[in-house]
Design a protein around this ligand. Structure first.
Ligand code: SAJ
Length: 433
């Protein structure tokens, strides 16, 4: 029996692996999508996307019905492999590379010599080299000095850099960095990515590519920390932080980012720790920025608790649970931290979570004694305090009249033209601004 050799096998069918597999397949490559979760494999083979991401459904179902994308739980033979498995934060703030290790174990027996192995998962410096060492231990036959030409396995790192919510666009248009352990590997990876990438493809070594990805997210984290610290300073000094930033940003070389309830998601709040872990003594600013951003949710909780010091039985409408606007992902969300902490800090208050993208009350909030999600209109009508945590479109559109007479805590500054953060809102204040 002849075994199918795919052009490409993508290991890990999550937010990055699945669109990558589907886009290559749509461009005519024969692609295997590999995932340890049977439910994910079955969903993909039905042409379905098991999470919410604009425009991905049509590409996945098209690639599957074309016969170019097949999902499976076992790693098959392929000419090239892309590893896109999670590399989350471990207990001690280093990277948990256990998913990567498992992927390498599953891949090693399938190598026949001459393949290209690409690591896309965000990884601490040195991971690609360690991946190569792991494969070499598992397959000493393919790492022998006497291998015939063409049998060498090439290993590169090419970090994903797409923004959730814009994955399909950014996967095609973003520039791409490729770091090779060998020049030949980097050149082969460039040729492969040219099939799907219209952006510039930049070649470097593997460790620099690993750091490039970490630095991009750390740049954002440090700059958001500056904005968050400003918001805390402004609360102390009674200054409108939104107006302050707007004014400062009129300077031609100043561009302060936006404060918020904290930094969430699986990337910006995680990746800086990989740098701190790799060079703890030298990463003082990066560590402090992480601490500033992680502390911001508790500052918001303190402000709400302060506002309600004399009104323990107040009703708080908490608008938004996701980690950013117009998505349905509540994992690592500062809003979840805030709502959870408010429930225990204000045991006599009624906390009404509202989120048009979250139908079911998340378990963590149920465990904190919150009973259910609430529709926006009813929560606004009942609220003494409106706590804005996420700038979903539906919240941006809230009429000023619906906030009249309520205490407003706007952590995203979407209503800052109406009133200062933490100030009672007046029915007429918007027209005055
Ligand atoms: N945030 C602020 N203020 C801002 C900007 C963002 O508080 O001015 C907060 C957001 O509300 C959210 C968090 O930061 O809680 C992260 O949101 P984001 O939209 O900035 O980024 P992510 O985490 O969705 O995606 C990032 C992107 N990285 C960069 O923009 C440098 C994306 O390109 C990466 O591919 C992704 O991380 C990743 O997978 O690493």
């Amino acid at each position: 029996m002849q075994t199918t050799v795919f052009d490409l096998a993508v290991i890990g069918l999550g937010y990055i692996g699945l669109p990558t597999a589907a886009i290559f397949a749509a461009k005519g490559k024969r692609v295997a999508g590999v995932d340890v979760k049977r439910a994910t494999v079955d969903a993909v083979n039905r042409g379905e996307v098991p999470f919410v991401e604009p425009d991905m459904g049509v590409v996945v179902s098209g690639a599957v019905s074309l016969g170019n994308l097949v999902a499976m739980t076992e790693v098959p033979h392929a000419d090239a492999f892309i590893i896109a498995v999670p590399t989350p934060l471990a207990e001690g703030k280093g990277a948990d590379l256990s998913y990567l290790s498992s992927a390498v174990e599953a891949l090693a027996p399938k190598l026949r010599g001459g393949e290209l192995v690409i690591l896309e998962s965000t990884s601490p410096p040195g991971t690609t080299a360690r991946l190569a060492a792991h494969l070499a231990r598992a397959r000493p036959d393919l790492w022998s000095e006497h291998l015939p030409a063409g049998k060498k396995v090439h290993i590169v790192h090419s970090p994903e850099r797409v923004l959730p919510g814009r994955i399909m666009i950014e996967m095609a248009t973003n520039d791409r960095v490729i770091g090779g352990l060998t020049d030949e590997g980097a050149l082969r990876a460039k040729k492969l990515y040219e099939v799907i990438c219209q952006g510039e493809i930049l070649l470097t070594d593997a460790t620099t590519a690993e750091m490039t990805k970490l630095v991009e997210n750390t740049f954002r984290d440090v700059n958001i920390a500056f904005a968050n610290e400003l918001s805390v300073i402004c609360d102390r000094l009674d200054i409108d932080v939104w107006r302050l930033i707007e004014l400062a940003n009129h300077h031609p070389r100043v561009n302060v980012l936006r404060p918020g309830p904290g930094v969430g998601g699986h990337c910006i709040a995680v990746d800086p720790w990989f740098i701190v872990d790799a060079a703890p003594e030298e990463s003082r600013l990066i560590r402090t920025a992480r601490e500033v951003n992680d502390a911001k949710p508790f500052h918001v909780v303190n402000r709400v608790a302060e506002l309600l010091r004399d009104r323990p039985h107040a009703t708080v409408a908490a608008l938004g649970l996701t980690f950013k606007a117009n998505i349905d992902d509540v994992r690592e969300s500062p809003s979840m931290t805030i709502v959870h902490a408010l429930a225990s800090r204000l045991p006599h208050a009624s906390i009404l979570p509202v989120d048009p993208h979250v139908a079911e009350l998340p378990e963590a909030l149920a465990a904190a004694g919150i009973d259910r999600m609430h529709p926006l209109e009813a929560a606004l009508a009942a609220a003494d305090v409106v706590l804005l945590l996420v700038d979903h479109d539906q919240f941006v559109d809230i009429a000023e009249a619906d906030l009249a007479g309520k205490l407003v805590v706007d952590t995203k500054g979407i209503w800052s033209g109406m009133a200062n953060e933490y100030q009672p809102i007046l029915a007429t204040s918007k027209s005055a601004s």
